[in-house]
Design a protein around this ligand. Structure first.
Ligand code: SF4
Ligand code: SF4
Length: 179
C-alpha cells in the first residue's frame, strides 16, 4: 500500500470549466497509470486528512487496497501484536502484511479495529503531495472512492473560486458606481 514518488502537480485554475475538467481527468489518469498518489488541493493537516477519510465510501468496492500492490508495511509492534493475537501466517519474512491480505474476508477487513495497522487505518491518505508549490494531502489512485472524491473536490473548488471572483468583481462595480 505504500506509494512514494508523488509528483509535483501544477494546476491551472484559470481554465474554463470544460478545459479544467479535462485537466483534472488527465491528471488523475496519469497518476493512475504511473501508480502514484493523486494530490488534492488541500493542505496536509491531520483534521483535514480525517475529513477526507470520512468521505471515503467502501460500499460496493472490491477492496483492491487489500489485494493489489505492495505488501503493507507494519510497525514492528504491529507485526508482533498481529502475530501474537492471530496466527503467524500471511506475513513476509521482513514483517510486512502479504497481499492479498489474509485478514480480508468477503472483501471486508476482519481484523479488530484496535489491531488494524496504521497504514490500513489511514488508507487512502498518502503524504508528500505538492500542488502549485504547497504541501498537499494525496490519496492513493488505487482507491475508486478517493478518485471520485478528488474529481468532485477539484470541481467544487473551481466553482467556489469562480464565485469568489464574481463577488469581488461585482463589489468593485458597486464601489465604482458609488464613487
Ligand atoms: S480501495 Fe478505497 S473504497 Fe475500496 S475498500 Fe479500499 S479504501 Fe475502500
Ligand atoms: S489488515 Fe484489513 S485493512 Fe489492512 S490490508 Fe488486511 S484486510 Fe485490508
Amino acid at each position: 500500500m505504500s506509494e512514494k514518488d508523488i509528483l509535483s502537480t501544477p494546476i491551472d485554475w484559470s481554465l474554463e470549466w470544460e478545459d479544467f475538467q479535462k485537466q483534472i481527468v488527465f491528471m488523475i489518469k496519469n497518476y493512475r497509470e504511473a501508480d502514484k498518489a493523486v494530490p488534492l488541493p488541500l493542505p496536509m493537516r491531520m483534521e483535514i486528512a480525517c475529513a477526507v477519510l470520512s468521505a471515503i465510501d467502501c460500499n460496493d468496492c472490491d477492496a483492491r487496497c487489500c489485494k493489489v500492490g505492495n505488501d503493507a508495511i507494519l510497525l514492528p509492534e504491529e507485526y508482533e501484536n498481529l502475530k501474537r493475537k492471530y496466527e503467524d501466517r500471511g506475513f513476509t519474512s521482513d514483517g510486512k502484511l502479504r497481499f492479498p491480505c489474509r485478514f480480508l474476508l468477503n472483501n471486508r477487513c476482519s481484523i479488530h479495529k484496535h489491531d488494524k495497522p496504521i497504514i490500513c487505518d489511514s488508507f487512502p491518505i498518502q503524504s508528500g503531495g505538492n500542488i502549485n508549490g504547497f504541501d498537499a494531502i494525496s490519496v492513493s489512485s488505487k482507491c475508486p472512492s478517493a478518485m471520485k472524491y478528488a474529481r468532485k473536490l477539484y470541481s467544487q473548488i473551481w466553482q467556489s473560486r469562480r464565485a469568489q471572483d464574481k463577488f469581488k468583481h461585482s463589489k468593485r462595480v458597486v464601489n465604482d458606481i458609488k464613487m
